[in-house]
Design a protein around this ligand. Structure first.
Ligand SMILES: *Cc1c(COP(=O)(O)O)cnc(C)c1O
Length: 403
């Protein structure tokens, strides 16, 4: 198949929902993907959206999938299988939230967290049902998840939304203080807002929020679907704040490229769920859980979170140095291998397309922000190649400051 065929087939058969880059990806290995013409691209999006923490087709993940595929692909949760038990044990020994529910995606992990928080709140009082989330957040595309997502553009055409949600600006503790009451069962937020452009919570904010939640009997849910499993420089982003959440959601990097999600909760919170309260046919399915166990073991054993912190800091420093030569480079925000560059003019699309022609894949947010999410295995040499391509694209970009 060639790109032209892909475009035709998309038009004929797919519901038009994605703004796809005209690139037919046929193969991936490590930091690289190849297209139908055999061209190689350095992937600074981790397979699109922070999924490939280990890069493409990591040998340990591939070996685990192949071994599991020859033995057992799936049975439902009516039975025990080794892969999900091993993955649950691994996650709970490394996380303060030590009880695990498996699902298939980030949005499903959010749905599970919403249900658990409501059920746990009702142990306290029938009115304790409200969930507070933050503006500019992103939590996924199911009805509960778009309700939690504090961005009208994801919600407006799909009303009525799920009742009982309140929204406050991010990093604003006074706003939280004003809205958390004895009706609040949980506060849900990302430790670093990802999709909207890499905005980290301040330490004072998350610590203050933990105290507020404790004082008012609300649970603290951290959506670590994007930040989790090493991306921000620690296995979980909460570790950098010296606080412990009550519930954590995971997905993206969890399966090493296979679809899997998880909700982790502290034991006393998890105990609010009774048998039959929640379920997923494919949740923790053998093939995905085997891949997940290989992926998470590799991230931990190879100390990749610490490597992500180092190489991410190097990436931020190299990008900051571009300010000396380009007036287009504005604020740079980074936590490990999660980096955003504000541009002073709306040339993000130009930069993305230009670096793609040079063999580099990056993400953009709107027209004035670049987002870089390299795999945790990224080297400083990879960073040098990427930053050089971005520098050249910025030099070529049409902008008023130069005109
Ligand atoms: C991607 C993302 C989700 C949604 O995950 P899906 O697997 O696409 O449903 C939820 N929360 C955060 C923070 C994300 O980055």
């Amino acid at each position: 198949m060639q790109l032209a065929d892909a475009l035709t087939l998309e038009q004929q058969h797919l519901i038009s929902l994605y703004t796809r880059t005209p690139l037919l990806v046929t193969r991936g290995e490590g930091m690289y993907v190849w297209d139908d013409t055999g061209r190689r691209y350095l992937d600074f999006c981790s397979g699109g959206r922070a999924v490939g923490a280990l890069g493409h087709c990591h040998p340990r993940v591939v070996a685990a999938i192949c071994a599991q595929a020859g033995v057992l692909l799936h049975t439902s949760n009516d039975y025990y299988t080794e892969p999900y038990l091993k993955l649950a044990a691994l996650l709970s020994t490394h996380c303060v939230c030590d009880k695990v529910f498996f699902c298939n995606s980030g949005a499903e992990a959010i749905e599970a967290a919403i249900k658990l928080a409501r059920k746990a709140g009702k142990r306290d009082s029938a009115d304790r049902v409200e969930i507070v989330t933050t503006l500019k957040s992103f939590h996924g595309r199911t009805m509960g998840a778009i309700t939690a997502t504090g961005q009208p553009k994801y919600q407006q055409d799909f009303a009525p939304l799920v009742p009982g949600f309140r929204y406050v600006p991010y990093n604003d503790l006074a706003a939280m203080d004003a809205v958390i009451t004895d009706r609040t069962c949980a506060v849900l937020l990302e430790p670093v807002q990802g999709e909207s452009g890499v905005y980290p919570a301040t330490p004072e904010y998350l610590r203050g929020l933990r105290d507020l939640c404790d004082a008012r009997g609300a649970l603290l849910i951290l959506d670590e679907v994007q930040t989790g499993l090493g991306r921000t420089g620690t296995l979980f982003a909460y570790e950098q704040y010296g606080i412990a959440p009550d519930i954590i959601t995971l997905s993206k990097a969890l399966g090493g490229g296979m679809p899997i999600g998880a909700m982790l909760a502290k034991s006393d919170v998890a105990a609010a769920f009774a048998r039959g309260d929640h379920a997923s046919t494919f949740g923790g399915t053998a093939i995905a859980a085997a891949a997940g166990f290989a992926a998470v073991s590799t991230i931990i054993e190879e100390n990749l979170p610490a490597h992500a912190a180092e190489v991410g800091a190097y990436l931020v420093a190299r990008l900051a140095a571009l300010r000396a030569t380009s007036p287009l480079v504005g604020e740079i925000r980074g936590r490990g291998c999660m980096v955003a560059v504000d541009l002073t003019e709306p040339v993000a699309g130009f930069v993305r397309n230009t670096v793609q022609e040079q063999g580099l894949l990056i993400l953009t947010v709107g027209e004035s922000m670049l987002r870089l999410l390299p795999a945790l295995i990224c080297t400083t040499a990879d960073v040098d190649v990427a930053v050089e391509a971005i520098a050249q694209a910025l030099t070529a970009a049409p902008h008023a400051a130069r005109a």
